[in-house]
Design a protein around this ligand. Structure first.
Ligand code: HEC
Ligand code: HEC
Length: 376
């Protein structure tokens, strides 16, 4: 896995041609400046020396070849750089994340919208990027100063100064802001959001969906059938923008507790309640019972390659996810929801879809994987 990561990172550097940042003493144009910043963000995102100890990069858990999610599909949650450490949540894709609006309460809708992480606790992409490096269960650095020391030693330190000025490292808090700014600008690049799935080619009129994929799309959008598009919008925006398959709202789907989560067995310092711990999601962040159990609607782009699924990795396959949407409120007998309050029982739970219809939906979800080539 590690070897793969460095090969992948190396390849991207070749593709971007190393850029012209060594040319100091010259004021970069705005376009050059942003290209330099993205390149810096790329270096930071793939740098496995930024963890403590070295060995884990952002890309280790958000691997491009794994839909920008954790390549280890065996684990419901991710392992930290310390192999005995596990986080409490499934790694979401970092692709298309940049499109989320900053976390806010929408007065008109009367809903919380946007933000980053499953529970929206980081308002912006920049704020999000500062988290994992200092999370003891992830990249494990003791302080921002410890991270910045590593960046100063990295071979791309001159690039950091070229982008943020000769005094870029002088103040740790500012340098850490710069680091987050560079990573976020890389995450906003096309590399993370290529819109190159078969469904995108279909929307551009370049390819037809197969009859099964088309039936799946119809079920996905039909309010009386799947009703998926109510939260995972599939149509272009009025301004012609690409569909993102999330409306950035929060919902409690009544996902059960994952009894075998490795997070329940981490050191007591990180989880005092062991297996009894309850993940309140957005409600925990806001300290607001009416939001308990709610998690951000994820994009479904690349969903076929980013299992396991849901905030706690409860489901291993799309078949299981759809079985749950279809039969949660029937006599199929699912385990109780982790948080019983606020469960959405209006838009899901008893969809009455046949086995064939579920297969059609999955065929459609498979058209959302990036990297489709015409003729495939
Ligand atoms: C050990 C695995 C791991 C590492 C390393 C890691 N992440 Fe994550 N990432 C996660 C998990 C797990 C979440 C969800 C956490 C939560 O909701 O509490 C997440 C969430 C995110 C999100 C939010 C996506 C969304 O839709 O809200 C982004 C963006 C992201 N990570 C980028 C990064 C960046 C940038 C780095 C490096 C600075 C990084 N990650 C390092 C596991 C990891
Ligand atoms: C009321 C809003 C809503 C509707 C309707 C809805 N979803 Fe979701 N979906 C969510 C939320 C919220 C999550 C994340 C929940 C969590 O992590 O606990 C989610 C998660 C998922 C996931 C897991 C994605 C991942 O990366 O973990 C899949 C797959 C999915 N939905 C597909 C569908 C399909 C297919 C339909 C229609 C049958 C559908 N959804 C209908 C809100 C909705």
């Amino acid at each position: 896995m590690k070897i793969l990561l460095s090969v992948v990172a190396g390849l991207f550097l070749v593709l971007t041609g190393g850029a012209a940042y060594a040319d100091s003493g010259r004021v970069a144009s705005a376009a050059e400046a942003s290209a330099e910043k993205r390149l810096l963000g790329r270096k930071l995102f793939f740098d496995m020396t930024l963890s403590e100890p070295a060995g884990q990069a952002c890309a280790s858990c958000h691997l491009p070849a794994a839909g920008f999610a954790d390549p280890d599909a065996e684990l419901p949650v991710s392992r930290g750089v310390n192999p005995r450490h596990f986080g409490n949540r499934n790694t979401p894709t970092a692709a298309y994340a940049a499109f989320a609006p900053a976390f806010h309460f929408d007065q008109k809708e009367g809903l919380y919208l946007g933000g980053f992480f499953h529970d929206g606790r980081a308002a912006t992409l920049e704020a999000q990027a500062k988290g994992p490096l200092l999370n003891p269960l992830e990249m494990g650095n003791a302080s921002a100063a410890a991270v910045i020391e590593k960046v100063e030693r990295a071979d791309y330190a001159p690039l950091f100064k070229s982008v943020y000025g000769p005094d870029a490292f002088a103040d740790v808090a500012r340098a850490y802001d710069h680091l987050a700014d560079a990573i976020a600008s890389f995450e906003r690049s096309e590399f993370f959001s290529p819109f190159s799935a078969k469904y995108d080619a279909y929307l551009r009129g370049q390819v037809e969906l197969t009859p099964q994929e088309k039936r799946g799309l119809d079920l996905f959008e039909n309010e009386k059938k799947g009703n998926c598009a109510a939260c995972h919008p599939s149509e272009k925006g009025e301004d012609g923008s690409h569909p993102l398959f999330t409306d950035f709202s929060y919902d409690n789907l009544g996902v059960p507790k994952l009894k075998q989560s490795p997070f329940y067995h981490v050191d007591k310092r990180f989880n005092r309640e062991g297996a009894g711990v309850v993940d309140l999601g957005l409600g925990g962040v806001l300290n607001k019972a009416s939001e308990n159990g709610k998690f951000k609607v994820p994009t479904l782009r690349n969903v076929a390659v980013t299992g396991p699924y849901m905030h706690n990795g409860f489901f291993n396959t799309l078949e299981e996810v759809l079985d749950f949407y279809n039969t949660r409120d029937t006599d199929r007998k699912w385990p109780a929801p982790e948080v019983a309050a606020n469960v959405n029982d209006e838009e899901m739970g008893d969809l009455n879809l046949s086995r064939e219809e579920l297969q059609d939906l999955i065929a459609f979800l498979n058209t959302l994987t990036d990297g489709y080539r015409l003729g495939d």
